[in-house]
Design a protein around this ligand. Structure first.
Ligand code: CTP
Ligand code: MG
Length: 232
């Protein structure tokens, strides 16, 4: 029998993983990506989830400058470069190391260590199917208000139109490269740069487990999810 052509098994997606942050808000005296969670550094758990997504063919990690060798030994299948002073610089450094044959690029925070492979695959698939920029989005649950410098409320924002944005964020390679080259000021995500070029950014449903481990509370929540066997 002739094998059916399955484009999603091509492993045609490269993932850039910014992992060079200090983790100041988490604390603990070591880069956040190297902090253990369930006996394993956040970064290696994150990369294991990425590798389980059938589309992912290459992982390029932006590591803390003095941990490049250690990170290479931690994730031997990945290509590792030295990160920069900001997330944006780290992404740019890793992006520059992605071979030209990869037309689809995902950018994924090492700190979102419990992101399920199904979300990674959903973002990759949406780009492959023709969107040039795709980001996972979740409805906002809190009421959001705007305040002035004295902390006085100036407005209540309509929550129905707001979304909390996660990673992985997926792009056509050319668009992401152009966005990084054109970025004048600093951005907290890659879609922000792409928006400035006037490109349309599409959303797919995010996943609660793709939350960013930022504070000590987040690490406790992540640990509890693992212990409860809640992760893919
Ligand atoms: N990151 C990076 N290079 C930087 C700063 C951040 O690669 N110079 C990465 C982090 O490693 C993380 C992701 O970007 O995977 C999201 O950043 P954040 O959650 O802010 O992590 P940190 O910058 O490490 O944390 P903090 O801001 O609390 O110091
Ligand atoms: Mg940071």
């Amino acid at each position: 029998m002739t094998a059916t052509f399955q484009p999603h098994l091509r492993r045609d997606v490269a993932v850039v993983v910014p992992a060079a942050g200090a983790g100041v808000r988490l604390g603990g005296g070591q880069p956040k990506a190297l902090r253990p969670l369930g006996g394993e550094p956040l970064l290696s758990r994150c990369c294991r989830n990425l590798a389980q997504a059938p589309s992912v063919g290459l992982i390029v990690i932006a590591a803390p400058k003095d941990s490049v060798e250690f990170v290479s030994s931690l994730v031997p299948s990945a290509h590792v470069v030295a990160g920069g002073a900001t997330r944006q610089e780290s992404v740019a450094a890793a992006l520059a190391a992605v071979p030209a044959e990869f037309e689809i690029i995902l950018v994924h925070d090492a700190a979102r260590a419990l992101t399920p492979p199904s979300l990674i695959e959903a973002v990759a698939a949406a780009v492959r199917e023709g969107q040039e920029a795709v980001i996972p989005a979740l409805a906002v649950v809190d009421t959001i208000k705007r305040v002035d410098e004295q902390g006085r409320v100036t407005a209540t924002v309509d929550r129905a139109q707001l979304r909390a944005i996660q990673t992985p964020q997926g792009f056509r390679r050319g668009l992401l490269v152009k966005a990084h080259a054109a970025a004048a000021d600093s951005h907290t995500d890659d879609a922000g740069m792409v928006e400035q070029l006037g490109a349309v950014v599409h959303t797919v449903p995010g996943h609660p487990h793709a939350f960013k481990i930022t504070t000590p509370l987040d690490l406790v929540i992540a640990q509890a999810l693992l212990e409860a066997g809640q992760c893919e």
